[in-house]
Design a protein around this ligand. Sequence first.
Ligand SMILES: O=C(O)C(=O)C[C@H](O)[C@H](O)COP(=O)(O)O
Length: 213
Amino acid sequence: MSAVETRLREILRSGPVVPVYTPASVPEAVAVARALVRGGIRAIEITLRNAIALDAVRAVADEVPEALVGAGTVLTPAQLDAALAAGAMFLVSPGSTTALLDAARATAAPLLPGTANASDIMRSLEAGFATLKFFPAEAIGGAAALGSYAAPLAQAMFCPTGGITPQSAPAYLALPNVLCVGGSWLTPKAALAAQDWSQVETLARAATALART
Ligand SMILES: O=C(O)C(=O)C[C@H](O)[C@H](O)COP(=O)(O)O
């Protein structure tokens, strides 16, 4: 396995849950990252879904050294480059296009490509990516579907994301081909609007207690 993929797996294994978070502002992102770190969650995926998201990645990378900040919703090679330049330590994509996989391979970027079926997984493995997102996990068969790939596609390891809750997370975390799960439940909109960072910290602490085998 490449050094890049080894490091990517270390980041994903730093906790049972990687929070997926869309920042409303740069100061909010820094406060959220600090609260997650206080609660014991270091890896955080900031989605590139609005104009300030890249600045949020940069600020968390600069100001919260304990955080392992990644960029999510990376759809294009240009976004991949911009996220790396902002300091993203990993990149997450909902799918796995040839353009994106080629760009990530060319720059040895720590990309977690999105996959939803056996053909996606096989294409990603062929392209040299064995650490994958399984998306949208709950809608495409959940832990039962993902577990079905453990035997025939044993080299692929996953971070399932999409609709996962604290209740459904343990079934994924018990699978042999799961590194962690992704989810937005650690950063509820109401808590962010109220700047209730202690709630984020409490949710993070609860997430660290989820069993992982
Ligand atoms: O932005 C991306 O790259 C995505 O693929 C989407 C995220 O994985 C989901 O938005 C997770 O959110 P929940 O389903 O609420 O846990």
